[in-house]
Design a protein around this ligand. Structure first.
Ligand code: ZN
Length: 350
């Protein structure tokens, strides 16, 4: 793919198409030889664990009655035979971490080239399987892995990336044919002359991770009622409102439907000056909600009009907060729908 044809989202990343194309068809290293021959105890454990009660896996008689020459291993066990085991996996991981890994095979090179192209995310997409013959007791399983296909960059719902297909060719030889401690060359030879058992094509997508700022979730919405909506509406217009009984003139906050003094339902509002003093406060450290910054100082502010309001304290270090300090309101616009008063030291001095 020429530079002019490249998808714009890949601009700024190198194009390794030619190097990747050269890897297609390459084998990804020495074949794996199963450490054990196919055997009844392992089959027995497998079918017990899987709850598979088909008798052809444990009884020659049942297998013959079903058209086989002898009992067979479940097809689902195929990869179990060639698993290298926990200790070998740990050793490989340790070597990789220490930088002493043999590595550098076509598969590692392919992954490094794709990472360099910016395609650092990975997801398995599908696995096609084809079986040639069942495994039987005494088989030694070998598997060769090769890079079958690397697609051009394509757009997918997950992001732009390349599909990679790794092909696994499973063959088997009789255990008697395997030397005691086979050399890599002998293993290659065994894999090549082994009888085909199965083929698996394992496809993954390596893709460009979507560019997303770790978005801070929006500030939680207030629970609006017909009694308190005016207060938040006022805040949206940067007005700090106090509810006032129109019957007796008593101010009240937080908003309530009726006057606590004369029980009148009639009310209007007055706009507070925004000046007040700190009556009490807390500094919240935990639990932390992602839409807030911590430590989070919250004050109970006594307004000069006499009512108290709970609001964030800003412009002051938590250690410098003192009960009684003079404060003044400012408004913070969190988003298009939500503005709230916060209180800072009066005159800007902490
Ligand atoms: Zn009243």
């Amino acid at each position: 793919m020429s530079a002019a044809e490249r998808l714009p989202e890949l601009a700024g990343f190198p194009d390794h198409s030619a190097e990747l194309a050269a890897l297609i068809g390459q084998s990804t290293g020495t074949p794996n030889l199963s450490p054990d021959a196919v055997n009844l105890p392992m089959i027995r454990h497998w079918v017990e664990a899987m709850g598979d009660h088909n008798p052809v896996y444990v009884s020659d008689e049942a297998a013959v009655a079903n058209g086989f020459d002898q009992l067979i291993a479940p097809a689902t066990m195929l990869q179990a035979w060639i698993m290298r085991g926990l200790r070998a996996s740990d050793e490989i991981e340790a070597a990789r971490a220490a930088g002493t890994s043999q590595g550098g095979g076509p598969s590692d090179r392919m992954m490094a080239l794709l990472d360099a192209e910016g395609l650092t995310s990975v997801v398995a997409t599908n696995c096609e399987q084809h079986y040639d013959r069942p495994l039987v007791i005494g088989d030694r399983v070998l598997v060769r892995s090769s890079i079958e296909a690397i697609s051009e960059p394509k757009r997918t719902a997950l992001g732009t990336g390349r599909f990679l297909t790794t092909r696994l060719d499973f063959t088997a030889v009789h255990n008697d044919e395997v030397p005691a401690d086979p050399t890599p060359e002998e293993i290659v030879e065994l894999a090549e002359r082994g009888e085909p058992v199965a083929t698996m094509k394992f496809r993954i997508l390596k893709f460009l991770p979507p560019k997303r700022e770790p978005a801070k979730p929006p500030r939680p919405r207030p629970a609006l009622t017909q009694d308190n909506a005016f207060w938040f509406e006022g805040a949206k217009h940067h007005a700090l409102l106090i509810q006032r009984c129109t019957s007796c003139g008593t101010l009240r906050h937080p908003p309530l439907p009726a006057c606590g003094t004369c029980r009148s339902f009639e009310w209007d509002t007055v706009e507070a000056s925004g000046r007040g003093t700190l009556y009490s406060y807390v500094v919240v450290h935990y639990p932390q909600v992602p839409s807030f910054e911590y430590p989070l100082p919250i004050g109970l502010v006594e307004l000069e009009e006499g009512t108290r309001v709970v609001a964030n304290l800003v412009g002051v270090e938590p250690d410098a907060i003192e009960v009684g300090m003079a404060l003044e309101a400012q408004f913070i616009d969190f988003d298009a729908e939500l503005s709230l008063p916060a209180f800072a030291p009066a005159g800007g001095a902490a």
